[in-house]
Design a protein around this ligand. Sequence first.
Ligand code: C6P
Length: 392
Amino acid sequence: MQTVVNGKPLVYLDNSASSQVPQVVIERGSKYLREEHSNIHRGVHYLSQRATTAFEGAREKVRRFINAREARECIFVRGCTEGINLVMHGYGRKFVSEGDEIVVSEMEHHANIVPWQMLCEEKGARLRVIPMNDAGELLLDEYEALLNERTKLVCVMHVSNALGTVNPIKEIVARAHKQGVPVLVDGAQAAPHLKIDVQDLDADFYIISGHKMFAPTGSGVVYGKAELLERMNPFLGGGDMIRTVTFEKTTYAGLPNKLEAGTPAIASQIGLGAAIDYLNSLDREAAHAHEQELLRYATEKLTAIEGVRIVGTAREKVCVVSFTIEGVHPHDVGTILDQEGIAIRAGHHCAQPVMQHFHIPATARASFAFYNTKGEVDRLAGAVAKCVEVFS
Ligand code: C6P
C-alpha cells in the first residue's frame, strides 16, 4: 500500500526508529490472533499447545538467526530497553559492588547509559566512558586503558543509531575478555543490517529489538551465555518463572522461563519469528550491498548541498545519515521534509552525549532499510536543498 503524505507518496527514512512490517509478518501475527490465540506453557488444551509451539518455534528461529548455542539462551523481552534493564537488575545488581567500574562508550543510546548509571548510584560504583573521535569512531587504545581489576562489565553498542558507526565488536569483546571482563552488546541497530553471530563475536550478552528489524513492537531478545544467565537473579517475579512456591520459599524455573515472568507479548514474538523468516528469504549480501550504495549516494548528494554537514563519518557505517544544515534547526528540517512527504527523525536520538561531543543540540537523521531506493534519496536531497533555499 502506498501511503500519501501531504499529497506526496511517503518516503520512509526513519527505519532506525522503527522499520516497516512486511505483509507476511502481519499475516503471521494475525493468524495467531485469529486461530491460535491462547496463553502459552500453561494449558493442556489444543489452542494453548499450538500457541506454545508457535512461540517456542520463534525462539528457535531467533537462536539460528544469531547463532546461539541453545534456544534457552534467548530470553524474550519487549525490546532493547527492557533487555538491558533485565541484565542490569539480574546480573548487575548481583555482581557489581562499591568501588567497581562499568565501561560504556560515548556514543551509547540512553538505554545503555541510564540503567548503568542507576546501578552505579545504588552500589557506589563508577561509570567509565570510552571516548570517540570526530568521525564517530571509538578510540580502542583509550578503551583498553580503562579496563582494570575493578571493571565488572563493558556495555557497548554494535551500531550507533545517531551516527551509523559500526563498532569493531569482536575486537572490543576480545580486549575485555583478556582481562576477564564480560561484554554486553546493544545490537538494536545491527540486527536489521548485519549478519549476527554471537558465538563468533563471543558476546556475553547481545540484545535486539524486533521493531527495528521488520517485526512488531513489543518483541525483542536478550541473548546471554547460559552460564551467565543461570547465575543471574530473576528480573521480574511472578507466574511461569517458578518451580515451586510456598510462603517460606520460592524456587525458580530453569532457563529461559526464570527470566520471563508473566504472559509475554505472544503475537509480537511470533511476528519476530516471521520477520526472521522474511529476512532469511532475502539475499542478505545483496541487500547489504544495496544499502551501502544508498549510503554512498546519499552522503554524496547531501554533502554537495551548501551548508549541509554530515555528522558521523566513520569508515565503517550502516546506512544512517545524520546531518545538520547551517542556520536551520533540525526540527525545522524535519517539518519541511514532512511537508514533502519525507519521514526522517530530528532530535538528539536518545544519544545526548553524542550531541555534546559535536557541540550541537540535535541532528536530522535519514535512516534507510533494504527497501529504500536511489529515487527516494533524490527526493530527500531535493527537499533538503529546498530547506536551504527557504532559510537562506
Ligand atoms: N533507538 C532511534 O530512533 P527500544 O526503544 O527499547 O526498542 O530500543 C532502544 C534502543 C537501544 N539501543 C539503540 C542503539 C537504539 O537505537 C534504540 C532505539 C530509536 O534511534 C529510538 S530512540
